[in-house]
Design a protein around this ligand. Structure first.
Ligand code: TXA
Ligand code: MG
Length: 315
C-alpha cells in the first residue's frame, strides 16, 4: 500500500484551508473535511450535490476524542467501542454544541465512527481534529471502494491511495438510548454481533432494526449504478419470472451478476461488481437465494441491493 508522507501533508493543508480530500476507510472511501472548517463542510455537500438534510458521520481516532463531542458516554457505548472500534460501526448519540448544525443537519445527535484504516487514523491524528466524511460519491449513487472510483467521479479532488476497501459496504449505523439500541442502517456488524458482545458483558438491552427517517441511507433509492439492477428472488433467470412491466431497453442485453456465497467476500466486491459491466450491457440481473434473503449476515448487503435496484421480481 502506498502511503506517502507528502500526500498526507498536502491533504492536511487542503483540509485546513477548507478543501475536501478523498480518504480511504475499511468500508468505502469518504469525502473528508475538517469538522473545524465550515467552508470544508459546505464543500462536502456542494461536491456531492448532497441535500443539507442528510447528516454527516464524524470520524475520530480515539474513544477519548469521541467523548468530547457527546453529552454522555453510557457504559453500553464503552462496550461497543472496545469491541468494534476501530471498525465499521457508527454510534449516534446526543451531541454537544461543538459539533456544528451543518454537520448534523440540525439534529441534536451526532454519528461517530473510528475507521479501521491506518491512513484515515493518521489523517485525523495529524490534523488534530475529527473529520466529517460521507461516502465519496454523488448523492444517491454507488459508494467507491477503490481510489479510481473516486477519481472517476470527482476528477479535481485529491484522493489518498489506501488500496481496496476490505469491508466494501458502509458502516452499521446505530442509535444508542437508555433502554434500547436502534439499528438505522444495517451493515457487516450485525444485530447478532452486537447482542453477543452485550451478553458477554452481562448487559441486557433491546436491539431493534428500524428504518430511520433521519438516515437517508434509508431513502428508497440509493447506491444506484449507471445500469438498472434487476433483483430475482428465488429465481435464477429472467425466464423464470414475469418481466412484462420492465422497461424493454433494460431487457435488450441483460448481464448476470452471481454474488459470492460468502457474505464478507460478497460485500467487499459488491460495488466494484456494480461498476464492472460496460455499456454493452443493458441491465445487471442479480439472482438471490432464500439463504441470502433471510439471514442476519446478509441483511446489510440485501439493504444495499434493494435500494440500488430498479426492479425486484419473484417467482
Ligand atoms: O462506512 C461509512 O459509514 C462511510 C465511511 C466513509 O465512513 N460513510 C458513510 O457516510 O456511509 P454517508 O454520509 O454516506 O452515510 C451516513 C449515514 C447516513 O444515512 C446518515 O443519514 C446517517 O449515517 N447519520 C449520520 N448522522 C446521523 C444522525 N445524527 N442520526 C441518524 N443518522 C445519521
Ligand atoms: Mg453515502
Amino acid at each position: 500500500m502506498k502511503h506517502i508522507m507528502n500526500d498526507i501533508s498536502m491533504a492536511i493543508e487542503t483540509l485546513k484551508s477548507g478543501g475536501v480530500v478523498g480518504m480511504p476507510t475499511e468500508t468505502v472511501y469518504g469525502l473528508a473535511a475538517s469538522i473545524e472548517s465550515p467552508i470544508g463542510i459546505e464543500n462536502i455537500f456542494k461536491t456531492k450535490e448532497r441535500p443539507f438534510f442528510d447528516p454527516l458521520i464524524v470520524h475520530i481516532s480515539s474513544t477519548n476524542q469521541a467523548k468530547k463531542y457527546v453529552k454522555s458516554w453510557p457504559s453500553t457505548c464503552e462496550v461497543l467501542a472496545q469491541n468494534f472500534w476501530p471498525g465499521p460501526l457508527t454510534i449516534v448519540l446526543p451531541k454537544k454544541d461543538n459539533v456544528s448544525d451543518m454537520i448534523t443537519s440540525g439534529l441534536d445527535s451526532v454519528g461517530l465512527r473510528m475507521p479501521n484504516h491506518p491512513i484515515a487514523l493518521d489523517l485525523i491524528n495529524k490534523l488534530g481534529h475529527p473529520i466529517a466524511a460521507p461516502s465519496a460519491n454523488k448523492f444517491k449513487k454507488t459508494s467507491p471502494t477503490k481510489k479510481e472510483h473516486v477519481t472517476a467521479e470527482f476528477n479535481d479532488v485529491m484522493v489518498l491511495e489506501g488500496g481496496d476497501c476490505q469491508v466494501g459496504i458502509e458502516s452499521t449505523v446505530i442509535g444508542v438510548f437508555e433502554d434500547k439500541i436502534s439499528i438505522y442502517r444495517p451493515g457487516m456488524i450485525t444485530k447478532a454481533d452486537i447482542e453477543n458482545v452485550f451478553t458477554k458483558n452481562g448487559i441486557t438491552i433491546k436491539i431493534e432494526i428500524v428504518e430511520s427517517p433521519v438516515a437517508p441511507g434509508q431513502l428508497k433509492h440509493h447506491y444506484m449504478p449507471k445500469l438498472p439492477i434487476i433483483l430475482l428472488q428465488n429465481a435464477r433467470s429472467l425466464d423464470e419470472v414475469n418481466h412484462e412491466h420492465i422497461d424493454s431497453k433494460a431487457l435488450e442485453k441483460p448481464s448476470y451478476l452471481k454474488l459470492e456465497n460468502d457474505p464478507s467476500l460478497c460485500a467487499r466486491n459488491l460495488y466494484h461488481n456494480f461498476r464492472k459491466f460496460d455499456d454493452n450491457a443493458s441491465s445487471i440481473v442479480i439472482p438471490l437465494s432464500d439463504n441470502q434473503l433471510n439471514n442476519d449476515q446478509w441483511l446489510g448487503i440485501m439493504n444495499r441491493l434493494e435500494k440500488a435496484a430498479s426492479y425486484t421480481l419473484s417467482k
